[in-house]
Design a protein around this ligand. Sequence first.
Ligand code: HEM
Length: 445
Amino acid sequence: MSEKSAGEVQKDILRPRLEPPHVPLARVLVNLPRMMANPIKRFNKYLQEYGRDFILSVGGSRRTHFTINAEVIQHVLQKNHKNYHKSAIQTDELARYLGRGLLTNNGQPWLTQRRLIQPGFHRQRLQALVAAMQTVINEACAELDAAAAAGERVILQDVTRNMVFRVITRAIFTDGFDEEETNQLKTTMDTVQRYVIYPVRMPFLLRFLRWSGIEGKKLALTQEIRVRLQQRIQERRAGPPQDDLLQMLLDSRYEDDGSPMPEEQLIDEIMILFAAGHETSANALTWTIWLLLQHPEELAKVREEITAVEAAGPIDFESARQLTYLTQVLEESMRLYPPAWITDRVALEADHVAGYDIQRGTTVGIFFFGLHRNPDYWDTPAAFRPERMTASAKKNRHPFAYLPFGGGPRLCIGNHFAILEMQLILARLLQDYDFVMPEKAVGGR
Ligand code: HEM
C-alpha cells in the first residue's frame, strides 16, 4: 500500500473508527448447533438483532464482518476487489476436491484462467449449445412421460437435477458420455458435493473427517472422476473436433506464450464447471416451479407467454429472449431463494467502507439471501412479485442490491448459460406438465 501523506494521516486520526456491533462470543457458541442446523435462519436472526452489518468471531479467530449492505458489498466485490481474496475454505479446502481452477483460485492465477475461459461463455457462443440442450431436455421428458404413463410419482428436485446435470455434461462433451456413464458420473459428483458441505460448514470436523478415513474415501471418488475425464479428453484429442466447451478449452491459448492449457488444469476446470453449474441451476428451477404453484395467476401468465412464443416454432436461442415474463419470474425466484446464498472475501490490507473500518485479515461474509430481502432496497421483501424484475425497475435499484450471480470481476462465468438452460427447461416443463404440491409430485399433463 502507498505511504499516507501528513494530511491523510490527520484525517484518519479525526475520522471516527466505526465497527459494526459484535455478536458476543457466548451467544455465538450457544447458538452453534442452531447455526449448523439452519445457517440462513440463524444469520437472519442476528440481522434482526444487530443490524445490516455485524461482526461475528468464533474463538477469537476468523473474525467475520457479516453484511447485507449493498455499498459494502459493491466495494468488496468490485470497487476495491484487488484487496479481497476468497477465504481458504473456498479455495484451499475446496481445491482438494475440485482442483485449482476458476472457482478456487485467487489473484493472478485466477485472472489468467478467467481470461482464457471467458470467451467460451460469451452469449453468442452459447447458440451452438442450444441444440444439445434441447436434445437432452427431450430425452429427459421422454423418461418423464414413460414414468407418468406407468403411474409413477416423480420428485421435482430429482427431475431438475437430472436434466441440468445432463445439460452440463453434453455442453462440455457433446460426444462424450452415454446414458449409463452420465448417471454414474452424476452419482459420484453428487456424493462428493454433498460431502464437501461438511468441511465448509463445520471446519472443526476436518480433523475427525481425516482421521476417520471418511475424507480419504471421498477423495478417491474424485480421483475416479478425474481418470474418466482424462480418458475422454484423450479420446477427443485423437478424434475430430466438436462444437462444445471441451473443444473451447482445448483450443484456447495463454496470451503470454501461446501455450495450451496443461491437462491437469483442464481436468480441474472441467470438475469446477460440473460442480458450479449443476446444483445451482437445479435449485433455481425447483424453487421457481414451487413458487409458481402457489401463484396460479403468474403461472397462467407464464404459460400464455410460452404458448405465444412457441406459436412461431420450437423455442430456440433467439426466441428464448422473448420469454420476458418467464425470465422475470425466474429472476424473482432467485431473489427470494438465491441458489448461491453466501460468499466470502478476506481483506488483504486494512480498509474503510461505508463508515466502517475493516481490519486486515477480516473475512467479509456476503449474505446474498439477506441482501435480496433487505428492506432498504425491497418493498415487502417476502412477497413474490415478478414485476420487480422489469428493465425499468432494475434501473431504479442499487446495482448491488440483487446479485444471484455475484458481482464485480468474479461474476459467475456461467450466468448466460444458466439463464438459457433454465428458460428452455422451464418452458418445456411448465407447458407439458402439471405439478402437484403436497406430495411434491409431477405427472403427465
Ligand atoms: C442458477 C445458476 C447459477 C448461480 C445462481 C450461480 C451463482 C454464482 C455466484 C454467486 C458466483 C460468484 C461467487 C463469488 O463471487 O464468490 C459464481 C461463480 C462461478 N460460477 Fe456460477 N452460478 C450458476 C450457474 C453456473 C453455471 C451453469 C456454471 C458453468 C457452466 C457456473 C460456473 C461458475 C464459475 C466457474 C464461477 C467462478 C467464476 C470466477 O470466480 O471467476 N455457474 N456462480
